[in-house]
Design a protein around this ligand. Structure first.
Ligand SMILES: N[C@@H](CCC(=O)N[C@@H](CS)C(=O)NCC(=O)O)C(=O)O
Length: 319
């Protein structure tokens, strides 16, 4: 694991010294937008854009789900990095078809030769301008949701509907802080108190979500929205990785009947299971983070049946 400093790769682990043992996530650096009308300088066109993802990464996973559900697989091409992220960061097993890069940081350097910062997935790449449009998953999924409708196979699907936006934004904020990033704050903490604070907050958030999902089908009401997909990519990794590797073990996901049924329902939405790769997920965390798991041994369990009936039909769903 490392980062680029003035265009040079440095192999360094996350700095938690300056924050008293707490993990602080860096802001994403490329923040341009693709728009349907091209007013941003990046117009939504079939074949122009490319996604770089890791199948292990929950943030990149959001973009894979939106690409699949919106029917953008033909319009937006894809490169997948190797599961392990070691001294050279994310790498490709074969030179990347599109850019010839062996390591993801080379793609960042093509966009900005003097780049300083972390080299993260997902990356939305513009083949025409040969640059990174955006590397913030929260923004990329909004673009996939609404800007590519002229080239999407399912243009009518909207995961960020106008009447629910305030509710979705509020949920996202809580879920980001306490759940999506919460598991990382627990796992990367290097002081006991920071770890305990993160896990306690995470568990409180899961209790709250469990209670909500006992009463309603989805997190923002009776239809699936962006808020569900953002939560899903953390939940699907919870028992296989976060309980053990990140020590988020006050409770397993499977011990929450509603959250677990909900996770299975989302997993069973056509197109979603194909975006979930448990081999990449488990290998990435357990083999890459040698400061956390020195041996690199990948646990065999837990045995979970994501295809079991989800039982959520008892709660109403929008037509
Ligand atoms: N805010 C970013 C976070 C992306 C992120 O942190 N991705 C991780 C993989 S799960 C990564 O690439 N980390 C590499 C690093 O931090 O050096 C987003 O949501 O797009």
């Amino acid at each position: 694991m490392g980062m680029l400093v003035d265009g040079e790769w440095k192999d360094v682990w996350y700095d938690t010294k300056s924050t008293g043992g707490a993990f602080k996530r860096e802001e994403s650096s490329f923040r341009d937008s693709v728009t349907a009308d091209g007013s941003s300088g990046f117009s939504a066109e079939a074949g122009r854009y490319h996604l770089f993802v890791s199948l292990a990464c929950p943030w990149a996973h959001r973009t894979l789900i939106f690409r699949a559900l919106k029917g953008l697989e033909k319009a937006i091409t894809l490169s997948i990095v190797d599961p392990l992220m070691l001294e050279e960061g994310w790498e490709f097993s074969e030179p990347d078809d599109l850019t010839g890069a062996k390591r993801l940081y080379e793609v960042y350097l093509k966009a900005k030769p003097d780049y300083t910062g972390r080299v993260t997935v997902p990356v939305l790449w513009d083949k025409q301008k040969q640059t990174i449009v955006n590397n913030e998953s929260a923004e990329i999924i909004r673009m996939l949701n609404s800007e590519f409708d002229d080239v999407a196979e399912n243009p009518g699907l909207d995961f960020y509907p106008e009447p629910l936006r305030a509710e979705i934004d509020a949920i996202n904020e809580m879920v980001y802080d306490r759940v999506n990033n919460g598991v990382y704050k627990a796992g990367f903490a290097t002081e006991q108190d920071k770890y305990e604070k993160a896990v306690t907050s995470l568990c409180g958030a899961l209790d709250m979500l469990e209670d909500r999902l006992a009463r309603q089908r989805y997190i923002a009401g009776n239809r699936i929205t962006e808020a569900d997909w953002r939560l899903f990519t953390t939940l699907i990794r919870f028992d296989p990785v976060y309980v053990g590797h990140f020590k988020c073990n006050l409770r397993t996901l499977a011990s929450y009947p509603n959250l677990w049924g909900y996770t299975r329902e989302l997993y069973q939405v056509p197109g979603v299971a194909e975006t979930v790769n448990f081999t990449h997920i488990k290998r990435h965390y357990y083999e890459s983070h040698r400061k956390i798991n020195g041996s690199g041994i990948v646990p065999l369990g837990p045995v979970l049946d994501h295809d079991a009936p989800h039982g959520r039909d008892r709660l109403p769903k929008a037509a």
